[in-house]
Design a protein around this ligand. Structure first.
Ligand code: SME
Length: 185
């Protein structure tokens, strides 16, 4: 238990039906900030962030089926260096491990450095279907000093699962993540 009498799991407990989507996502941002005050370890912080998002969307009865991260993964030989995205901390079903920059929704967000708000994944050329039940998706790039170091990815079981409100708060989270985590890549 923390000094303020709060258990860590309490950050995940939002009484269903009590907060609007905007209030819920504000709660996620504030909770992330409070938790990240304890550590700058990226695995710990992205793990808790995935959990906060998972429980927040479920408290809103929005059928989000994946919340998590892909992070930068660079491999080098004597003559070449390859940058890809590799699966990071997440909540949800098992997902593909490696995604090339420029491929799928995640790789597009990573290479363009622009948030991808996808109301219908079937209409997104090259969408990578880790889970055939996913209908919509949002991917926010995480950019440090001009370089993409990862992406925040959320999937939903219904069409048009995400909108500009989600985009606003998920982008805030991505900025906070850059400020609060030490990344070894
Ligand atoms: N759909 C993503 C792949 C990652 S999963 O959704 C977890 C994409 O097209 O990049």
């Amino acid at each position: 238990m923390g000094e303020d009498g709060k258990h860590h799991a309490d950050y995940s407990n939002i009484q269903p039906g009590t907060l609007s989507k905007e209030e819920t996502l504000q709660h996620v941002v504030l909770s992330y900030e409070a938790l990240a005050a304890d550590t700058s370890n990226w695995v710990a912080n992205l793990s808790n962030c995935s959990s906060l998002l998972w429980h927040a969307y479920h408290s809103l009865s929005i059928p989000v089926n994946w919340t998590g991260f892909y992070v930068l993964h660079t491999t080098s030989t004597t003559s070449t260096t390859t940058s890809e995205l590799i699966l990071g901390p997440f909540q949800g079903k098992v997902a593909c491990q490696l995604i090339q920059f420029g491929k799928g929704v995640c790789g597009t967000a990573a290479s363009s450095q622009l948030t991808q708000l996808v109301p219908d994944v079937e209409q997104f050329p090259g969408h990578i279907a880790c889970d055939g039940e996913t209908k919509s998706e949002i991917v926010v790039p995480i950019i440090k000093d001009g370089k993409t170091i990862g992406v925040l990815d959320l999937d939903c079981l219904k069409l048009e699962g995400f909108d500009e409100i989600d985009k606003k708060y998920l982008q805030q989270l991505a900025e906070l993540i850059v400020q609060t985590c030490d990344f070894p890549f």
